[in-house]
Ligand binder design. Structure first.
Ligand code: SF4
Length: 281
């Protein structure tokens, strides 16, 4: 998942160099890390349910700050159990409560797609319990690529969190495939219907970019793409839409970052639909 937060000298997130030293990626070393300062979420205590050593994701986004999917795997990856997670989160919250670093958000992001953890529903229940006990004002945020929301248990679990942040990186399936390089089947119409089932209790996040990958042009900023993307938003009626640009090192180097002006123009078009939008340029 794209990193939530900024590099502010935190030791918990650091550069891991790929074995060939040609590429760098942000990988979360710890199960619970930070808090880091997030433009979106304030003091954000991160949760990485996936291995420390490499990403596990149903997408392989051209802009993924964790690098390409096969990088950094050493074959020894083990996922934390709910019990290990509970202990780690409780210790972190105990040490932070009442300090200037008290979290405003407990944020699931980390090295891949958090809903792929087999105990994700139980882990969210544990998080809610500990949040209520130690930091009742904090929100729980999940950054997901949305590929599991068709599963009833994942859908119901995401309904329990404060910020259910789902990805929609284009207007057409063709472009979404070029940006996200999914390794699962995507049915865009079905995905939009699944997002509608949240009845507005969903935040849509979209990264706008132009570039090239494997000799193919990628552009989710054409009039056709943005027009269709806006049509999807009209149907989904998200509580908020967050649009952003490339912020860090990306595995595909041939990508262009949009200007603040261009982002502002896209944001205005979302606002014109009567929808809330935030943009990060
Ligand atoms: S959804 Fe995309 S950006 Fe997020 S972890 Fe997966 S590949 Fe990376």
């Amino acid at each position: 998942m794209e990193r939530d937060g900024e590099m502010t000298g935190q030791k918990e997130i650091f550069y891991i160099f790929a074995k060939n030293f040609k590429k760098m990626a942000f990988l979360s070393e710890d199960l619970v890390f930070g808090p880091i300062h997030s433009r979106r979420l304030g003091n954000s205590l991160g949760v990485n349910l996936l291995p420390k050593v490499g990403k596990i994701c149903t997408f392989n986004c051209v802009y993924c700050e964790c690098g390409w999917n096969p990088e950094h795997r050493d074959g020894k990856a083990r996922l934390a159990t709910p019990q290990e997670y509970e202990k780690t989160l409780e210790e972190a919250l105990k040490s932070l409560v009442g300090t200037p670093k008290e979290p405003n958000s407990i944020t699931f992001s980390g090295n891949g797609e958090p809903t792929l953890h087999p105990d994700f529903p139980e882990i969210i229940d544990i998080t809610i319990e500990l949040r209520d006990k130690y930091v009742p004002k904090a929100v729980i945020s999940v950054l997901t690529n949305g590929t599991n929301i068709h599963k009833d248990n994942i859908f119901k679990t995401l309904q329990k969190v404060d910020n259910n942040i789902c990805k929609l990186d284009g207007g057409t399936l063709e472009t979404i495939k070029k940006v996200n390089l999914p390794n699962v089947k995507i049915n865009l119409e079905q995905y939009i219907e699944d997002l509608q089932r949240f009845e507005g209790e969903v935040i849509i996040q979209t990264l706008f970019l132009r570039g090239e990958h494997d000799g193919q042009k990628i552009d989710n900023t054409t009039e056709e793409e943005i027009g269709l993307w806006l049509e999807h938003l009209k149907k989904i009626k998200p509580r908020k839409t967050m649009i952003y640009v490339i912020d860090r090192e990306t595995p595909e180097k041939n990508l262009e970052k949009l200007s603040a002006n261009e982002m502002s123009r896209i944001a205005e078009r979302v606002k014109a639909l009567g929808l809330e939008v935030e943009y990060y340029a």
